[in-house]
Design a binder for this molecule. Structure first.
Ligand SMILES: [Zn+2]
Length: 314
């Protein structure tokens, strides 16, 4: 197995349903195991992983109370007529199933362990830089850029600098790196075009806090956020964009805030009221975002509905 095959195989799992609902649990579960592999851990007992995996799915998945990590761990396994080369479950035969191929939780906790398959593990064992490279490619499809490094950190692959890899490891990846550079540069050109029109429509000020920093005649510090993520086929249009300062952009992508159909700000009850809370966000609760002057540029209701149901930690 090659690195690109591993990435492609993981990416074959759909991350969004047809109606745009997020379904990232399987790739997130593979990423969890990929992080372990980078640190030479071949398998982990389900009982030992359950808590951490649950937290990962809650943090980076869509809003829900119980993300059911057992389903992802179980359904990634090989089944009749379907071969999934990256996954391994130990003592699979000792786990009974109920309903629509759900594992019996008590069996899973008592007997099962999971991790990457042998051939996938070989690619990444003790090579955190290579694991990080694969994780980045997979994370691209799951989350907006503002969240990607957080995810890599959460699976234990944050802060790995590829420049620290051995020469042999770098040579292994040379071809992939060139491809990745091209992907990143296409993405950055696309973002620049989107940001230009969104920032202009909002007259270069944050739609929440109105900051509009300038040095001389030049604006800085503002970003264009997609309300419905690019990963979920959100378009690069002004009604799917918001001009926000960095802090409010991250808060939006993380699901700490959202807007209702009247464009009023809502704040997640899970948001910690840490230093300056009232100043940076609390004071804006229930206030209307500062929409562009032209009505056709206002955020679309469908995009706002998607964000509230799929991202907002309500
Ligand atoms: Zn702001």
């Amino acid at each position: 197995m090659q690195i690109q095959q591993f990435v492609t195989e993981v990416q074959r799992q759909p991350v969004f349903r047809q109606d745009g609902k997020r379904a990232p649990n399987k790739p997130l579960t593979v990423l969890f195991a990929l992080g372990l592999a980078g640190r030479c851990q071949r398998v982990i007992r389900y009982a030992d992983a359950e808590q951490r995996l649950t937290e990962l799915l809650i943090r980076f998945g869509p809003p829900r109370d119980n993300p059911k990590p057992e389903q992802a761990v179980w359904r990634l396994r090989d089944r009749e007529h379907r071969r999934y080369r990256v996954w391994y479950i130990e003592n699979q035969e000792r786990v009974g199933t109920v309903g629509d191929d759900d594992p019996r939780l008590s069996d899973l906790r008592a007997h099962a362990a999971f991790g990457l398959s042998d051939e996938a593990y070989e690619l990444f064992a003790g090579k955190p830089h290579i694991a990080r490279f694969a994780a980045e490619c997979i994370a691209d499809e799951l989350l907006p850029d503002t969240e990607r490094e957080e995810l890599l950190e959460a699976i234990g692959l944050g802060g790995e600098d590829f420049a620290d890899a051995t020469q042999a490891q770098q040579a292994d990846l040379e071809l992939h790196l060139t491809e990745r550079e091209q992907v990143l540069s296409r993405r950055s050109r696309r973002y620049a075009a989107f940001a230009k029109k969104v920032l202009a429509a909002y007259a270069h000020r944050c739609a929440i806090c109105s900051v509009a920093p300038k040095l001389g005649e030049r604006h800085f510090g503002l970003e264009a956020a997609h309300i419905r993520w690019v990963q979920a086929d959100g378009p690069d249009t002004i009604p799917n964009g918001l001009c926000l300062c960095r802090m409010h952009h991250v808060a939006l992508d993380r699901g700490a805030i959202t807007f209702d159909r009247q464009l009023k700000l809502d704040i997640s009850p899970h948001l910690t009221r840490s230093g300056g809370f009232d100043d940076w966000i609390g004071r804006y609760y229930g206030t209307r975002l500062q929409a562009p002057s032209r009505a056709e540029n206002h955020p679309h209701e469908q995009a706002l509905d998607w964000h509230r149901s799929q991202v907002f930690k309500g």
